[in-house]
Design a protein around this ligand. Sequence first.
Ligand SMILES: Cc1cc2nc3c(=O)[nH]c(=O)nc-3n(C[C@H](O)[C@H](O)[C@H](O)COP(=O)(O)OP(=O)(O)OC[C@H]3O[C@@H](n4cnc5c(N)ncnc54)[C@H](O)[C@@H]3O)c2cc1C
Length: 445
Amino acid sequence: TGNRVVVLGAGLAGLTAAYNLMRHGYDVIVLEAQNRPGGRVQTAREGFAHGGHAELGAIRIFETHEYTLKYVNEFGLQLTPYDTGQRAYFVQDKRFLHPPQGTAWPLDGFGPGEQPDPGRRIFEILGAGIGTLGNVFDPGWPGSVPSAVELDKHTLASFGRSAGASNTLLEMFYAQEGRCGEWNAAAVLAMEAVSFGNTPQSIKGGNDKLPYAFAAALGKRIKYNTQVVRISQDERSVRIGYWDRTGRHEIRADRCVCALPFAPLRHVSTDFTGAKADAIAKLRYFPAARCYFQTRGRFWEKDPLGPLGGVNLIGTDTMAGRIWNTSSQQADPRFGMIQSYMFDTDALAYAGHGHRRVSRMRTLIGTLLPGGQLLGCAEKVWQEDPWAGGGWGWVRPGELTWMRPAMMRPAGRVHFAGEHTSLWIAWMNGAIESGERVTQEILAA
Ligand SMILES: Cc1cc2nc3c(=O)[nH]c(=O)nc-3n(C[C@H](O)[C@H](O)[C@H](O)COP(=O)(O)OP(=O)(O)OC[C@H]3O[C@@H](n4cnc5c(N)ncnc54)[C@H](O)[C@@H]3O)c2cc1C
């Protein structure tokens, strides 16, 4: 009939495309390797008492995430505040509360002009970078803006150093935002420019309610436990080879939405050539891990440091990365939930502890937040997930200018979606935006 579309992957990008194409009257089928929808939106409930839950992937939704919020509203889901308390730090072996604006930080090694207000210095440096981005919504960005091409040559850390930032200033920044120094400066500053917000929220009861709502609307159009192994096409159709429990099969369609992260796509046999094949081969995925402990009570309210009650985040320069207090999201107020959220070398170090990693984390958190009782645990190392390959797409310096158009551009009858093809890398908003973009591409075709 000319309107069959096969969608690869039931993460938010694939689900958004399938849902919108279905509503436009397309005959849609979604192939998903796992037995659940959502991909990197994964809520853990097992191992926790009294209805506790933990987000292994996506947690925060900001007021700027218009695509995510659109579907949260459309499916009638409720939001709950995420980050309401103040912050504390454990850096250079010192524990302290977030110093008030304009007050010196008790750390050694700051450079000239960084004290007494290092937070303001960080904003100045990031603001200067954001000022060179130009119009990030221009279809030719960053190639169309010479200063953005220049920024593309840097990591965030090398950009900061070129602006005079000391190692202490960078460490302080990582304690607040995670170890993100090796991200491409143009990619991460563009992402900050479009997604920065002040009032993070999550979906009440678990973020996986969003992909499950899409999945309910799509019904039997989603085939789970179905691994895509081949994509081929001629001038009339696309053919997708896949394995399910009954063996190897092939499906023919008029168009295909490929919403697989490039890491697992590298294991699919394809005929893509040129920059598209290069991008698939070269896009790296960022190491990211989360480790949660349910707690009896909210013991840090009695912390000897003083008013740690109400602290929502402890930024550290240890393997634990950032320790978030996500207790406010839990149904039962008698229990708390804390998590260590690790990036890059911290996530690699954690994974490197193998089967002892949870007990190592238990000990480390016991040192940073003494005196509590840690109960059940849920954890995930994203670079170990074969269907994701890491937390999110991660371009090297110099790659964004050629790789961004190469990732987004259709290849014949195959259209590409996924957070990596969007400005909002590492956000659900990016996955959903890309699902809407490919829907428009297919409608136009
Ligand atoms: C640790 C972490 C923290 C995050 N924090 C936030 C946050 O706070 N807020 C936020 O908005 N976002 C956050 N994100 C980002 C957000 O989760 C992602 O951007 C988004 O979910 C990606 O959706 P996607 O559809 O592009 O990819 P995915 O969700 O990865 O979907 C791809 C799908 O393809 C399937 N697949 C892969 N290979 C095959 C194959 N061969 N055959 C069939 N199916 C296959 C996978 O199983 C998966 O279901 C976080 C992500 C991580 C990992």
